[in-house]
Design a protein around this ligand. Structure first.
Ligand SMILES: Nc1nc2c(c(=O)[nH]1)N[C@H]1C(S)=C(S)[C@@H](COP(=O)(O)O)O[C@H]1N2
Ligand SMILES: [Mo]
Length: 571
């Protein structure tokens, strides 16, 4: 190290050793943490770009420690942190890393090469951890290597700035190069004016609080910005890597054949009326409703479902265990309580999943429990009646939809689907926790916000064609068509009327079961004078109940009323 000519001669004595020590630790900590963050951030990003299956160095070290941890440590972690054991481990590793980063930063402040050696040790550990994984590839050296290199470059430039800016030069017994002034010498301001005589405090300022040198300011700015940038890149890299891994996991997931296969769709379930949506909604056009801003990206390997609360035996289910259970296939129509009459928040799919009832039986529900309080990984909750889950309908812990793994936006890797209940009380996506409890004890997300705790689907119908505002030539045979639904009751009839005339029976499509919507069509000859006409429909379910004419809004338990469409008949 060359002697800096701008620095005054070293002083023989440290006037404030404790303060000095604190400053060294603080600057060293900032230097070390900024180095670690930028190195780990870049490493995480590189891992994502190369689509590493090992992840960034923190994940790799985590895996390595899981693989080599003694059984006692493992069971301690699982018992203490439960299904959060991996999260706890990763945070533990991050904590240890930060401590070492601080040590390396302090070392680098004293002697840059010492800091570099410390950093090299970390790069080596990162590389060794990545390469020791069974699924590692040659390119898995790159994250730690490139991250470490960027960290080293930053550390070199920042350490120099710190040494100059704070006069904590190397090889001087730690910071004896601080600018010293006789304690009673009047301080001259930066533009050389005399200090105010009534401001003696200025002359008593500690030397290292002296007017900030450009180097010091640069060091603080550089380290702060680098630390913040490192965090951002780390977050972005983790997210990107996870997204890519989840997409891979979805595509490579091999689901066992169902034990109970859904029958093929009966002919005529699709009436093929132009303008009617298909009987089965393709996954990419299935309606989506949730509170997630950032979709949960959960790897099946990291997924657990915990069933606890008022049960005889608590259960923690892994994804592998879930798909090894007997799997049931069923066509189920899902709809949202906030669907207005005639609205789009309803879709129909073929689901594959394990029986929720059989899982709950295994756990053993205690007397008095009436609510399944389901929690998703992002904190959303839904409350399902125990009775509905247990009454024998196909209440499914679903893993697939229309022969494919669940799309991320529909709950990958697992969600609930229960015919007959609105989604917010039955269809928890990204489900990770079921607490068997009571309605008195727990209020779910939308219930806290004024929606009903109990929300069976209302018997309803929708008119899709003709579109509202359509013009029909008088005397033209016109298809009036749509869907009707009363999940787990089944649709028995749909009627149509024009301008409050007599109700006419519509033809019904075929259905595979009572859990789906049902298409219907009525052919209208339109033998009427030119003018404006209102077409309405109403459904009757298999319990004999006809949907009410009473129009209500969606809050608190679903909209009701006849769907209608207004058309013009031209001469
Ligand atoms: N985790 C989670 N699950 C959720 C929700 C949510 O916001 N978060 N919304 C519910 C509501 S209100 C409905 S209607 C259905 C919609 O499911 P879909 O998006 O797959 O159609 O999911 C239910 N499950
Ligand atoms: Mo909903």
């Amino acid at each position: 190290m060359s002697v800096d000519p701008t620095q005054p001669a070293p002083q023989p004595r440290r006037p404030e050793p404790r303060r000095h020590l604190a400053l060294t630790v603080a600057i060293g900590a900032l230097l070390g943490i900024a180095t670690a963050l930028i190195a780990l951030g870049i490493a995480q990003l590189v891992a994502a770009v190369f689509n590493s299956q090992v992840g960034g160095p923190v994940d790799a070290v985590g895996e390595l420690s899981i693989d080599h941890a003694p059984a006692a440590v493992k069971s301690f972690a699982i018992n203490t942190f439960g299904s959060n054991d991996k999260t706890a481990l990763v945070w533990g590793i991050r904590g240890v890393l930060i401590i070492f980063a601080v040590v390396i930063g302090i070392l680098a402040l004293r002697k840059l090469w010492l800091g570099m050696v410390g950093l090299a040790v970390f790069i080596a550990i990162g590389i060794a951890a990545a390469e020791s994984q069974p699924n590692s590839r040659a390119s898995d050296v790159l994250p730690a290597l490139i991250g470490g290199l960027v960290g080293a470059l930053f550390m070199r430039s920042a350490a120099r700035r710190a040494q100059h800016g704070f006069a904590l030069g190397p090889g001087q017994g730690g910071g004896d190069q601080r600018v010293q002034r006789p304690a009673d010498a009047p301080y001259k301001g930066p533009v050389g004016q005399n200090a105010q005589p009534d401001r003696p405090a200025q002359s008593a300022r500690p030397a290292y609080a002296d007017d900030a040198s450009p180097d010091r300011r640069k060091f603080l700015l550089l380290s702060g910005a680098t630390a913040a940038g490192g965090l951002l890149v780390y977050g972005g890299g983790s997210w990107l890597g996870n997204t890519r891994n989840v997409t891979d996991a979805q595509h490579t997931l091999r689901l066992p054949a169902p034990t109970s296969m859904a029958p093929p769709l009966p002919p005529g379930s699709d009436l093929k009326v132009p303008g009617l949506p298909p009987f089965i909604t393709p996954n990419d056009s299935f309606y989506r409703v949730d509170t997630a801003i950032v979709l949960p990206e959960i790897l099946p390997a990291n997924w657990h479902l915990r069933i606890h609360g008022m049960v005889q035996r608590e259960i923690t289910l892994t994804f592998d265990q879930l798909i090894k259970r007997p799997l049931i296939e069923d066509y189920i129509t899902l709809c949202c309580v906030s669907n207005p009459v005639g609205g789009p928040y309803i879709s129909n799919a073929k689901w594959l999943g394990a029986s929720l009832r059989s899982l709950l039986r295994q756990a053993g529900i205690k007397a008095g429990a009436d609510q399944l309080f389901c929690r998703s990984s992002d904190g959303f909750t839904s409350g399902t009646p125990v009775a509905t889950a247990m009454d024998g309908r196909d209440a499914l812990l679903a893993v697939a939809m229309n022969d494919a793994a669940l799309p991320v936006e529909h709950g990958f890797p697992a969600r609930l689907v229960i015919p007959g209940l609105y989604g917010y009380v039955s269809a928890c996506k990204w489900i990770v926790d079921i607490e068997v409890t009571t309605y008195a004890a727990n209020q779910a997300y939308w219930v806290q916000r004024g929606w009903a705790a109990q929300a069976p689907v209302k018997t309803e119908s929708r008119i899709d064609v003709p579109a509202s505002g359509a013009t029909i030539k008088s005397g033209t045979r016109t298809a009036i068509a749509g869907e009707a639904w009363a999940q787990h009751k089944g649709i028995d009839a749909v009627e149509v009327r024009v301008n409050h005339g007599p109700w006419q029976q519509a033809q019904l499509g075929a259905v595979p079961n009572i859990d789906t919507w049902r298409q219907w069509v009525y052919y209208w000859d339109a033998n009427v004078p030119a003018g404006s006409y209102m077409i309405e429909a109403r459904a009757t379910d298999k319990t004999g109940y006809t949907q009410t004419a009473l129009a209500t809004s969606e809050v608190p338990n679903g909209a009701s009323g006849y769907p209608s469409t207004q058309v013009t008949v031209s001469a």
